[in-house]
Ligand binder design. Structure first.
Ligand code: BGC
Length: 393
């Protein structure tokens, strides 16, 4: 059976600058990831732009990506480096010539070292520094953007940077700092939203919020799950409600007992319970449907799946995941949810933050010894969907 999607529905893929470009002067640079790789040379994207553009164009009409703020702006309020601007514009021109427009992500878990040194998102005085960067992005790159994300997953950023300590600045248990970061980002979002919409009236703007299906394995687990649900999906969304659409990402079924049970840290506990999983989390695609319905019911605004994918080395598993998730999206649309597009994470394998590049999500496989790329069966499968606007089940 083939699933038909509405004519206006769009397809795409996504990466993030820090995860695919050789690291600029930002806080991830030089960190040793869990799989032993150094966060430095990631995938050589800056050296292989034409090759990558060809893959991107085969995998949808929208490419969701960002730029390395630290390379563009070596100092606060500096004029963007014209050489770096030209490098990005050449790439975006190439994509445009191939029929691809951008969902431009202004902040994806990375900002320059000088921004972090001034207190990062805990310091409201830094908002004006981000806004200066946004203004220059609008000026130099705005013409390529069909959609904007002011922030990628502020909830994931805040919880990992200030509560679990996995992301720079690696603070642990600082609940109030996590909230402060969210609220500062929210203030910055409101200003950025207004600036973008003043200049580009037809470019829908919002964030991408990470969502997950939080569930309990026992009664303390249910309590932990409902707290997580509230903070992650309600509290963290509140500062970003001024938006034209909700971008939602979904990867994980998160069980609590009351500690989180994921495949990275507690694989045995997950397997003991017979829960399907990828290399990182429990796998329950129907959770994406729950999230789409939840946000549609609450906000009645258009939705876009801004990221979705699976951490695996196996093609067949990735193909099945695409099938499962598109079935869920199709069902949500049939129920009346205004879902406008689906963006797969990720275009090619990239550097999975503190875990490292061997945690693969790519439709295109990267050999990390020589950075060679190769289209996968899953990529070919997705390419067919993109071209036919229907998904074989
Ligand atoms: C992030 C990506 C990341 C992906 C897989 C999302 O939360 O935006 O940068 O690679 O999840 O973990």
């Amino acid at each position: 059976m083939a699933l038909r999607f509405p004519d206006h529905f769009f397809w795409g893929t996504s990466t993030a600058a820090a995860q695919v470009e050789t690291a600029g002067e930002h806080p991830w640079r030089g960190l040793r990831a869990r799989d032993g790789y150094l966060f430095e040379r990631t995938t050589d994207h800056e050296k292989r732009r034409a090759e990558d553009a060809a893959y991107i164009a085969r995998l949808g009409s929208i490419y969701r990506c960002g730029v390395d703020w630290s390379r563009l702006q070596p100092e606060p309020l500096a004029k963007f480096d014209p050489v770096v601007v030209a490098e990005y514009r050449t790439f975006f021109d190439d994509l445009r010539a191939r029929g691809v427009r951008l969902m431009f992500v202004l902040h994806h878990f990375m900002h320059p070292n000088w921004f972090e040194a001034r207190g990062g998102w805990l310091n409201e005085d830094n908002i004006s520094l981000y806004i200066n960067y946004v203004q220059q992005c609008i000026k130099h790159f705005g013409e390529y953007a069909a959609y904007w994300n002011t922030f990628n997953e502020p909830n994931v950023f805040a919880v990992n940077a200030y509560f679990f300590g996995d992301f720079p600045p690696h603070r642990k248990g600082k609940y109030f700092q996590a909230n402060k970061a969210l609220d500062t980002m929210g203030q910055a979002h409101d200003i950025a939203y207004t600036l973008i919409r003043e200049k580009y009236k037809d470019a829908p703007t919002g964030i991408s919020l990470n969502t997950a299906w939080f569930d309990g394995a026992n009664w303390p687990g249910h309590l932990a799950a409902s707290l997580a649900r509230w903070w992650f999906l309600t509290r963290a969304a509140r500062p970003f409600e001024k938006c034209d659409f909700w971008g939602l990402s979904y990867y994980a079924y998160m069980l609590f007992d009351p500690r989180p049970i994921d495949a990275m840290n507690r694989l045995e506990a997950l397997e003991k319970r017979g829960i399907p999983h990828d290399k990182m989390w429990g796998y329950r695609p129907e959770g994406l449907g729950r999230m789409l319905r939840r946000f549609w019911k609450k906000y009645r605004k258009p939705l876009i799946v801004t990221e979705n994918g699976i951490c695996t080395d196996q093609d067949a598993v990735r193909i099945q995941a695409i099938r499962d998730y598109l079935q869920v999206c199709h069902q949500a649309i049939a129920e009346g949810v205004d879902l406008r597009g689906y963006i797969h994470w990720s275009t090619w394998d990239n550097f999975e933050w503190h875990l490292g590049p061997t945690y693969r999500f790519g439709l295109v496989r990267v050999n990390f010894d020589n950075m060679d790329r190769r289209m996968t069966e899953a990529g070919l499968f997705y390419e067919k969907i993109v071209n036919g606007k229907s998904a074989e089940q």
